[in-house]
Design a protein around this ligand. Structure first.
Ligand code: DX5
Ligand code: ZN
Length: 220
């Protein structure tokens, strides 16, 4: 059995006290800190950039899992690496030169991830499997927290799990993840679960309880 990692998305945090909130999810047992960067161009919403990530970097030593929903991508990679990103994930749909972007991330000494929007088939990653450390399957259309999980992505998760084979690549899911669908995504092959609303605005005000509930469901 694969180790399950839980990556709370700070998009759902209270931005007025973001540092405190990062400290709270760290203490609550978050494995990774998921940072959603949106540019109002690739996705129809604007969130935060490298300076905000840099500001919260000293709060925790946990992995910063930076999900770039921006286009173009390449001219910003160095800024995110310098800000303290450990994993940098770009969208396959963000431009015509995915292979180049992934190479650039590894050249910066960071782990490289590729993300697929719900309508993008798994074949998009077929020729970059040896350049990546992570695949992120979007289980909502990127741009906003708090949306409903798309069941259509379960099949894609399973197909990508087979494509990965024995490679040391994490398979992450992002969007609408709750304690109620965590078992299904894990059974399909996901090993890294992003959760924004379910952690910060979940059934309990206790972040540790919310994180544990997702983890227990995924490990079952
Ligand atoms: C959506 C983001 C997600 C989002 C997850 O574009 O990539 O990380 O914040 O939030 P929930 O868990 O609320 O769907
Ligand atoms: Zn995300």
């Amino acid at each position: 059995t694969r180790e399950i990692l839980i990556a709370p998305s700070i998009l759902a945090a209270d931005f007025a006290r973001l540092g405190e909130q990062v400290g709270a999810i760290d203490a609550a047992g978050a494995d990774w800190i998921h940072c959603d960067v949106m540019d109002g161009h690739f996705v129809p919403n604007i969130s935060f950039g490298a300076d905000v990530i840099k500001a919260i970097r000293p709060v925790t030593s946990k992995i910063f899992d930076v999900h770039l929903m921006i286009a173009p991508t390449d001219s910003y990679l160095e800024a995110f690496a310098k800000a303290g990103a450990d994993v940098i994930t770009v969208h396959a749909e963000a431009g015509p030169h995915l292979d180049r972007s992934l190479q650039a991330i590894r050249t910066l000494g960071r782990k490289a991830g590729v993300s697929l929007c719900p309508a993008t088939p798994e074949s998009a990653i077929e020729y970059v499997l040896d350049r990546i450390d992570l695949v992120l399957v979007m289980t909502v259309n990127p741009g906003f927290g708090g949306q409903s999980f798309l069941e259509s992505q379960i099949e894609k998760i399973g197909r990508i799990r087979s494509m990965i084979g024995e490679r040391p690549i994490r398979l992450e899911v992002d969007g609408g993840i709750t304690r109620d669908n965590a078992a299904a995504v894990a059974a399909a092959g996901a090993d890294t679960l992003v959760a924004g609303s379910a952690v910060f605005r979940g059934s309990s005000a206790d972040y540790a309880a919310n994180i544990a509930a997702i983890r227990i469901a995924a490990e079952a």
